[in-house]
Structure formats: structure tokens, C-alpha cells
Design a protein around this ligand. Sequence first.
Ligand code: GDP
Length: 195
Amino acid sequence: LFAGETDFLKGVVAMNGLPPDDRLEVCFAGRSNVGKSTLINALTGRKGLARASNTPGRTQEINFFTLAQSHYLVDLPGYGYANAPLAVVEKWQRLLKQYLSGRANLRRAFVLIDARHGIKSVDEEILKLLDTSAVTFQCVLTKADKVKAAERGKILDQVRAKLAKHPAAFPEIIQTSSEKGDGIATLRAVIAGLV
Ligand code: GDP
């Protein structure tokens, strides 16, 4: 799947802009700066494919990429900007809710969590939304290279305990480092294995 071509398809700002749901889809969500663009670039092997959306007021687009003509990879806008205008946050939440509850071909959401910090309250909001939308989600820990082995166990326990409270959570946690390449093959295999 990841040996095939990956291309940017389009940025979507409203439900009527969504591409037809004619192929399997996975989406990526995460707090801004969690390492989402770096991970998508590592997964697809294309530097610069996904760009960090570091401007709070910027148009919040849902970015669609095609994977080998058979899948969509969807990059959801980063959340949790400290200074994001309320109107922007509300517009984005509305679109996100509509997207998550209405996308028949969406097989799994990958929620990126910084391996140093674990699940924070800002992440809980999207986990709850995934529960109510009945979208199976899987946690991907990012920047694992920044965490010492001794600390890793503690964070994993925290994440596991929090996931246990979410009916839509897939129990297995994937630990990744885009820097070192850890977990990238695992994540690719998980996506390729979805039916
Ligand atoms: P986004 O806002 O979620 O798209 O975050 P970015 O992908 O732009 O990453 C935010 C920052 O974290 C950048 O400075 C990246 O270089 C850094 N980063 C991303 N992934 C990793 C990783 O696996 N290890 C380390 N050490 N840094 C990372």
C-alpha cells in the first residue's frame, strides 16, 4: 500500500467538499505540534507532503491524500491552539463532528499523543467525540525517542488506563519516532491490514 503513489488530493472546508466515499479511509488527529505532519511524511515516505499547520487563525482544512488509488489518508487539523479564536474553534468542531459521524468508509482514526505527555484533557475531547461517533480509534504515541525507557512504562500505563474508559478505543497502542523510524512499519501494516 505504501509502496504505491501517495498524492495530495484536496483540502476540504465543508461537508459538500468531501470526495466520494468509494474507498477505505483512515484519519489522523492530534494536538498541534504533536508531530502529525512529520509522521504522515514518514509513513508515506514523502517529505513535505503534509505541512505543519502552525498558524492558529489559518483556514482549518481537512486534507485528503490518496494512497495507491485504494485508500484515503486524511489529515485532520491540529487542535488545542492556545490562542485560537473561538469562532475558528467552533467552526472546526462543527465540521469535525459532521465528518466523523457521516463518513461510512472511515475505518479508523489514529489519535496522536506525545509520548512525553500522555493523554491530556484537550485530547479527551476528541476521544469522546470518536466514542459518540462510533469511530474506532487507535492511539499512536509520537516522539518516542524523547522519552527514556524508564519513563515509557509509566506513560503507557496512564494511556492504557484512560483508553479503558473509551468504548471506541482499539486497545493496542503504537509507539513511534518519526526521527528514528520506530513504529512506522507497524503503523503501515496496521493501515494495510484494515478491511
Ligand atoms: P504537527 O503540528 O503535529 O504537524 O507537528 P510537526 O510534525 O510539525 O512536528 C512538531 C515538531 O516536533 C517539529 O519540530 C518536529 O521536528 C518535531 N518532531 C516530530 N516528530 C518527531 C519525532 O519523532 N522525534 C522528535 N525528536 N521530534 C519530532
